[in-house]
Design a protein. Structure first.
Length: 311
């Protein structure tokens, strides 16, 4: 559905996007993770045919953003990170204006607009002026606008930016519904745990380069460094610590006495971890639970991008 081929964008000596290659299959929700200035908005602007690349190309449903921009625009719905609304229009008038701009007939718009407002949970605001809507409502209205011509691909640049927690949940639920409708969605966000929950695949972009790509589990596997393991014992905390201190794969042991827990860094392989547990049981260490502390997507992002400037 989307194929990015060597996409590069330069401004003089500054490279905003550096030889980006990526393929997103139909029906996939793909999340771009990156700090401000990493290249997310540049990528999205090129895909939306608003910016020409210095070199490379991107195909959306087989149409080139460089050679066939008009055809690409028929395939996509684009929601920028900053967008304008016409404050003196009511919500339905706003959508009617854009529907007419896309060549929809009056009868088509009459049927479509209530459906779109229902989709984005704005039915009750149909006759409200846009300038009276909350930020979250304006975001959802802009999303409805991007859907008015029923595009196959949605390109959403920071759609949850600046929203309160409730508004972010509402936006996330709408995007899940759009996914169930078979839309291919590209979304960027700094709200990393929500991307993990919402997206099928994630790409980490830093300094214009895609430095990691895959599902959340795959990206977590790219982390280098030790696991952090927490062992809970029924009693004999000091004896348990002495036992674990002898293992060459263990370092940075910490006692959490109030919870009868031992936390430590572990750099062994999975089979070494199995042997460690077997050995502990033979030594009659009263282990109640042994768990690996999970890293969320923010931990993954920070670990992957750490030192990327020096590569």
């Amino acid at each position: 559905m989307i194929e990015i081929q060597g996409l590069t964008k330069k401004y003089g000596s500054f490279t905003a996007l550096d030889n980006l290659n990526l393929k997103v299959e139909e029906g996939v929700v793909f999340g771009f993770v990156g700090a401000n200035g990493a290249g997310k908005s540049t990528t999205f602007s090129i895909l939306a045919t608003l910016l020409s690349p210095t070199s490379g190309d991107a195909l959306i449903n087989g149409k080139s953003v460089v050679q066939e921009p008009r055809e690409v625009r028929k395939q996509i719905g684009y929601m920028p990170d900053f967008f304008g609304v016409y404050d003196q229009l009511k919500a339905d008038e706003y959508l009617d204006f854009y529907g007419a701009s896309y060549g929809l007939s009056s009868s088509e718009r009459e049927v479509l607009i209530p459906q779109l407002l229902e989709l984005v949970n704005l039915t009750g605001k149909r006759y409200e002026y846009v300038d009276l809507l909350s930020r979250g409502m304006k975001q959802r209205l802009c999303l409805a606008r991007s859907l008015i011509h029923d595009p196959k691909v949605l390109i959403l640049d920071e759609p949850a930016s600046g929203l309160d927690p409730r508004a972010r949940v509402e936006m996330r639920d709408i995007l899940k519904h759009l996914k169930s409708m078979g839309k291919t969605i590209l979304i960027s966000s700094h709200i990393l745990p929500e991307l993990a929950e919402m997206c099928d695949e994630i790409g980490v972009i830093d300094n214009g380069r895609l430095i990691a790509h895959g599902n959340v589990a795959t990206i977590q596997a790219q982390l280098q460094g030790d696991k952090r393991i927490i062992v809970k014992v029924i009693n004999q905390l000091e004896r348990a610590r002495a036992f674990f201190e002898e293992d060459p794969h263990i370092s940075s042991i910490e006692l959490i006495e109030e919870r009868n827990e031992i936390a430590f860094s572990y750099r062994g392989k999975p089979e070494d971890q199995v042997k460690l547990l077997q050995k502990a049981l033979l030594a009659e260490i009263p282990i109640y639970t042994l768990t690996e502390e999970e890293k969320d997507l923010e931990d993954v992002f920070m670990a992957i991008t750490k030192g990327a400037d020096t590569e």
